[in-house]
Design a protein around this ligand. Sequence first.
Ligand code: SF4
Length: 667
Amino acid sequence: MAPTTAQTTCPLDCPDTCTLEVTLEQGRVTKIDGDFRNPITDGYICSKVRKYPNHVYGPDRLLYPAIRKGPKGSGQFSRIPWSEALDQIAHQMRVLVKEYGGSSILPFSYGGSNGVLTQGAMDERLFRRLGSLRLAHTVCAAAAGAAAKGLYGKMPGVAYPDFEHAELIVIWGANPSASGIHLVPMVRKAQEKGARLVVVDPRKTPLAKKADLHLALKPGTDLPLALAVTRDLFHHGKADLTFLGEHATGVDALKAKAEPWTVERAAECCGLSAEGIRSFIDLYASASPALLRCGWGQERNRNGGSATAAILALPAVAGKFGVRGGGYTASNSSAWSGLGDSLAAEPEQKTREVNMNRLGRELLDEQDPIRLLFVYNANPLATLPRQDLVRRGLEREDLFTVVFEQVMTDTAQYADLVLPATTFLEHQDLRNGYGAFTLQSVKPVIDPVGEARSNNEVFEQLIQLLELDKADDLPSSRLFRAAISDAGLTTRQQMDLEQKGATAPEFGDQPVQFVDVMPRTADGKVHLFPEALDAESPQGLYTYQPDPATEDAPLTLISPATRKTVSSTLGQLWQGTVPLEMHPTDAAARSISSGDEVRVFNAFGEVKAPVRITEDLRPGVVFLPKGIWTRHTHNGWTSNVLCPDTATDLAAGACFNDARVEVEKLG
Ligand code: SF4
């Protein structure tokens, strides 16, 4: 039979929301590439998803339910029927709720799918009815999200295609060459038309190498830099007082917090030259349209919330809104408000909330212990800080762990029961972009592989087995319609979604900030000093907390996304050992050469890996990729064993970049 093609959407954790063209031969996927009908995808996709058939059919794919046969972590399982697996889970849940209450059960999920229907639907319905613990999804974007919400009520940002209109582009804490790759050609196009580019990042990212100015600041010092820019704008008459008077609150409070941060003081703290900072201020103040792309790199430390808030305040202070290609862009995930809100069909109960970043500690807590852990859409052993504690928790013999997954992850190795999950090629879903604005349909293009089942199918079956179903419950087959209805789609939008597989929000897919979209705060203004954020932040909003380096651990370990791993999803496709990257100065000081085996360590643990020496890092910073699995180092630990489970100043997010370490040569 001749190959056929089908269209669907990539729902993975990535801003771009690509439209995919999938080639099928005899019911199997043989190729995945970008579709030309989506102007942002423009016919190409990342190499990760091009390799997705290896994920769907590869040796790590889970094909049927299985029960543990060996010690926890040994990965030894025996196949069992679905009915037996679900009966066992339902039995465990019933007994635990009766004996210990719902607080003995923790559902653990994150963005392993990112579709609207695969999280917060039947799963949430089940766990709310069980009265289980609640999970705070804080591992990524918690602090940045809190800042964006506090200042602008999550106002939609500038769309990718409008980057070409900018005269100046500032990329701060983002590496689009790894995450959100379709932004790169837009930035390059703007540069070809004469735009200047500034990159603020401790690493020489590919775009930093093409930038007019690269500010390679010390990780965790974004806040002083942003405050110094703010102070200078006010001091030198470059702040847009008219705009601020009309559209902002909290101006004086922000100004007061910025006042101690002279350019010289910030330069010293950030490890930058005062001239470099002044060049940035001059460029930013004089350019229009000036566009700031704020990522997530700046949030993964003790100052992350305040840093993001101070960065996002800059376009307001400098008056950069109101023109196409001017303003800022961060996450656009809230462009579709209400989407999927009704799917749980059960009001949230105020049971105890567990911060996912502290999973290890929670699993080892002997007071009112967690006795059943249900993991889906997530690989916590690979992705969470204090990996040592997470592993010890998963090793508990009295913990019953269910892992519902597509492949045998590091976490699944510790399960008592594994359940095979469908991939986005095998089930229906919806995806709203957080870079692109479109809402897109995710269509199944193949039958489930092996005995894989969708999240909603399995959680619906568990609800029924536990007799927690209600007469008016919406069945899983109608969740798609309900999600659309939540978002209040117009008839035209519904038709677009059905016929073209995608639709744009009512404000369009290229809004101009302060023209087409306004802050979604209660009064429609920018809140430059939100009182709630000030009260939440331990030291007060915009208060810098110093570097946690010690004599024993003087180097900063960062673990940003790479082209191969934006998250741990698809990490199993990365073959071989992953090197620790290090600056030549730091390597020479430790008599380390490229290719040497080293241990990178601190009080929490150690990682053994080969070294790659590179000038792409600033001195004092070492790098291991985000999202790698335990198989990627020589001793079965990743950077996360070295990361503290401390919290960001806002929203208790993860502080991966607050890991401080030492490195020594082995052998
Ligand atoms: S991960 Fe991002 S770039 Fe890759 S296919 Fe999906 S949406 Fe496109």
